[in-house]
Design a protein around this ligand. Structure first.
Ligand SMILES: Nc1ncnc2c1ncn2[C@@H]1O[C@H](COP(=O)(O)OP(=O)(O)OP(=O)(O)O)[C@@H](O)[C@H]1O
Ligand SMILES: [Mg+2]
Length: 260
């Protein structure tokens, strides 16, 4: 079971689109079992995967310890793809975990995943965690649980600042988890010179590991979000779906090859 967290400090940069698209492609095209854990109280991934309910069990129960993870898993209606949904209860759970200094605070998701595996009832190849922007308690738990962090980054100056800040924060977290790995995904790429230069900078000068394939900006991605559908289900052959398929291939290769 390999674990991947999709996160960055910024909002609206394609984190959820990336998490859901990769989950959909890895299950539907590559035939692997995936569990998506929604780590964002907005519940956007839960909405896209048909499992948003303001009162449902979900990630908040895993964080505050009121349920085991296996009791928070729901089917999405897509073969091989399950979800632990999120809703606004996650906000309170973040506060509760912060106050609960009696129990350890940062290994709750990773311990819950270990316990899930120990039940022998679930056989997920990949766990994908869709994170909120910033580094709240749930996101920190996702970072600690993850073998690999995917950081979506669109074109822009502030976006690079955000990426560098994330890199610094992760350096600090290496005291707790020395083997943190981060790989940058250029999202919403446009076909002009400035975007090509930005991609060149990311790949060759930023010092970050970067996915070979960038995700092209596409109105179809926005339409899929409006329709609350995974992008690859909404547009099987669209440009952004093709890009995500290549990224999924690269991700699976990384997870297998590097034994991260
Ligand atoms: N490749 C793309 N081309 C054009 N629009 C995109 C693309 N990817 C995502 N979007 C759009 O950008 C908006 C934000 O995307 P998304 O919800 O995935 O970002 P996010 O980082 O998860 O946001 P938040 O921080 O609110 O969770 C959505 O309307 C989505 O449809
Ligand atoms: Mg999101």
């Amino acid at each position: 079971m390999k674990k991947v967290a999709v996160l960055n400090l910024k909002g609206g940069i394609g984190k959820t689109t990336t998490a859901v698209s990769l989950a959909h492609i890895i299950t539907q095209q590559f035939g692997k079992n995936v569990l998506l854990i929604d780590c964002d109280m907005q519940g956007n991934a839960s909405k896209v995967l048909n499992q948003y309910d303001p009162d449902s069990p979900g990630t908040h129960n895993v964080m505050n310890g009121s349920r085991t993870l296996d009791n928070c898993i729901f089917s999405t209606g897509y073969d091989l793809l399950d979800i632990v949904p999120a809703n606004m209860y996650l906000m309170q759970a973040n506060v509760d975990v912060m106050r609960d200094t009696e129990r350890e605070q940062l290994h709750r998701i990773s311990s819950a995943l270990d316990d899930l595996q120990a039940t022998g009832r679930f056989d997920y190849d990949v766990v994908i965690m869709d994170c909120a922007l910033g580094l709240d308690m749930t996101v920190l738990n996702a970072v600690i649980a993850a073998d690999l962090i995917i950081a979506p980054v669109p074109f822009g100056g502030y976006e690079i600042d955000g990426l560098q800040q994330l890199g610094e924060q992760l350096e600090d977290l290496k005291a707790i988890k020395p083997d943190i790995r981060l790989k940058v995904l250029f999202t919403m790429k446009q076909g002009n010179k400035a975007n090509r230069e930005f991609e060149d900078y990311l790949k060759n000068y930023s010092g970050f590991d970067v996915y070979e394939t960038a995700i092209r900006r596409s109105i179809t991605a926005q339409k899929a979000t409006l329709s609350k559908m995974p992008l690859p289900a909404f547009s099987k052959n669209g440009a952004a779906t093709k890009d995500y398929t290549e990224v999924a291939r690269e991700l699976l290769h990384d997870l297998e090859e590097r034994e991260v």
